[in-house]
Design a protein around this ligand. Structure first.
Ligand code: MLT
Length: 236
């Protein structure tokens, strides 16, 4: 069965359910999960997703080697080492990073009770599909992180890209919807991403170049998953 949480309200509804036996794949295409996958591809050791700026700062206080990353309103936070741009995550090989973003890290944290939590993005979509094809989870939940409290088109496009790569047995209506959306988008992923609410905000705050990076399909053969509190790269 493939289900999709299309917005934060639905994420909260699913997270209140029994998630044992569920494999969750979290998408925050613009930009948190794209940045996480970029980091893992470039040798970041681990990324600890947290909900709040305060939680991030507290972790750093207890472990000064951690880097702080994240955004609010698309912009880096004062006294943080990094923002939420994928290219920043290319330059911190071997480091451990605590990360807080408006929606992406919240969505990852919300799925902690699932049997497995994978990090989804367009950048590693084939790697995630291959992993799921090999392990055939009985219950799959695609989690679209959203923008603020709202549905976001880019995360639905990411989820749709995954559904089109999986067997079409047992699709929920929402899974059929995201697959249909992705088929409609076709080759024009970047153009669609530019038109989204978050895409327009990123262009306004000078982060438009990130959209092109996040729109690349399967540049990285990387599966990232939540191991305890940290996102790490799946070996081999
Ligand atoms: C989020 O978590 O809401 C996003 O990653 C926001 C952003 O693009 O920085």
């Amino acid at each position: 069965m493939i289900q999709v949480a299309l917005c934060p309200t639905e994420i909260r509804r699913f997270s209140a359910m029994d998630l044992s036996g569920v494999t969750a794949v979290v998408f925050d295409v613009l930009r948190a999960t794209s940045s996480i996958i970029t980091g893992l591809a470039y040798g970041v050791e681990a990324i600890l997703p947290v909900r709040t700026v305060e939680a991030a700062r507290n972790l750093k206080m207890n472990d000064p080697d951690l880097l702080l990353a994240g955004e609010r309103g698309g912009l880096p936070l004062a006294d943080f080492d990094l923002g939420n741009s994928p290219e920043e995550f290319e330059k911190i090989k071997g480091r451990r990073v605590v990360m807080t973003t408006t929606n992406g890290t919240v969505a990852i944290e919300s799925m902690k009770a699932a049997s497995k939590v994978l990090i989804g993005s367009l950048l590693n979509i084939d790697a995630v599909a291959d992993y799921l094809f090999r392990y055939q989870p009985k219950s799959l939940l695609l989690v679209c992180a959203g923008t603020g409290e709202e549905f976001s088109l880019e995360d639905a496009i990411g989820a749709g890209a995954l559904v089109t790569r999986l067997s079409d047995d047992g699709l929920s209506d929402a899974a059929i919807f995201v697959r249909t959306l992705y088929e409609r988008v076709g080759e024009d992923v970047e153009e669609w991403l530019r038109q989204t609410t978050n895409g327009r905000l990123l262009q306004k705050v000078g982060k438009g170049a990130d959209i092109q990076r996040c729109a690349q399909l399967s540049g990285f053969d990387v599966v990232g998953y939540l191991k305890g509190e940290s996102v790490v790269r799946l070996a081999g």
